[in-house]
Design a binder for this molecule. Structure first.
Ligand code: MN
Length: 330
């Protein structure tokens, strides 16, 4: 059998294309043929800055606080977890950068592997660095100011590096700014559970099915839904659009909803895969990677969802400008 001739060790050991060099330690600590954690693979994507906080019951319980910076997840282990109380100064030990794929990881790291134990996605959303310096520059300087738009955490925070003689480990403090989202009464125990599946660490460890998974909730037979009839999935659909009228009106035959300032979209779900289409039928899936898990959030294998993609500012008002950077993503 003919084999291609090896062209030298540098070629054989080359990392996947454009993998950020700072992921070497993450890769070194793990055996990807054993652990269900993701191997780094993607090049840095054009997505907005994301953040994720994973609750992880390893040797000690902690929360892994991760911010997307320059194509990797900058990571800190926070033993007591984050807090919305500005009086709490949470120790945050900087750990190795993780690949972006890790943001969706929820599951059990097997016994004997690095960080063995269950992991849930405790919170996630978008993070915005504050001030003119980039997040990378602020981290380099040892003080990063940012705001979070998560499902549990919101508002301004600061991560400050603790400087001292002890150079072992990389200790920082995570502190909430005093702002509208601050809450002196906030307790982390009252905000447990995965934002993806609703499960606790214990349920993940015991292999409980995700809430809303097809196995957990059986779909109603077609015959039981009034007016329903069996048909093939339509290949294309145009969403029903609003019509301008002279005056507001009230009518019991009508439903009224908020006019969100966003992007109308139809979401096509097929066997776990998602395609987002604009009102003109264009594929806009790549612009909004946050929706990749939508198929797992509904209890149907096949579905078309009609909705509006919006970006909310701190007060919950939709801001079209916040979506504009996404519209040029290809
Ligand atoms: Mn961890």
């Amino acid at each position: 059998m003919a084999r291609p001739r090896p062209t030298g060790p540098s070629r054989a050991r080359r990392k996947p294309a454009r993998e950020p060099g700072s992921l070497a330690e993450y890769r070194r600590k793990r055996r990807f043929e054993v652990t269900p954690e993701p191997a780094p693979k993607s090049a840095p994507g054009p997505a907005a800055h994301r953040f994720v906080i994973q609750k992880h019951d390893a040797t000690r319980l902690h929360y892994d606080f991760r911010l997307e910076v320059d194509g990797v997840l900058k990571s800190w282990a926070v033993p007591k977890g984050p807090s919305l109380n500005p009086a709490d100064k949470r120790l945050a030990m900087q750990t190795e950068d993780h690949p972006l794929e890790y943001a969706d990881f929820e599951g059990v790291i097997p016994e004997g592997e690095y960080g063995a134990g269950p992991v849930i996605v405790w919170d996630r959303g978008a993070f915005t660095p504050e001030g003119p310096a980039s997040a990378a520059e602020q981290i380099e300087r040892g003080e990063l100011k940012f705001s979070l738009q998560g499902e549990k955490l919101r508002g301004g925070f600061v991560l400050v590096k603790i400087r001292g003689r002890d150079t072992k480990g990389r200790p920082w403090l995570l502190i909430k700014h005093r702002d509208a989202a601050a809450d002196p009464e906030w307790k982390i125990e009252e905000h447990d559970g995965s934002v993806i599946s609703g499960r606790t660490l214990k349920q993940v460890e015991e292999g409980a099915p995700q809430a809303g998974a097809p196995a957990a909730r059986a779909a109603a037979p077609v015959a039981e839904i009034e007016g329903a009839r069996k048909a093939n999935m339509p290949a294309s659909l145009r969403p029903m659009l609003a019509t301008l009228v002279e005056k507001p009106f009230s009518d019991p035959d009508w439903m009224f909803e908020i006019k969100w300032d966003g992007v109308r979209s139809l979401a096509w779900v097929r066997d776990g895969k998602l395609t987002l289409r604009s009102r003109n039928g264009l594929d806009i899936t790549r612009q909004y990677p946050e929706f990749a898990e939508l198929p797992r959030r509904i209890s149907a294998r096949t579905a078309i969802l009609d909705g509006e993609i919006v970006a909310l500012e701190e007060k919950g008002v939709s801001k079209f400008e916040r979506l504009q950077p996404r519209m040029h993503v290809r």
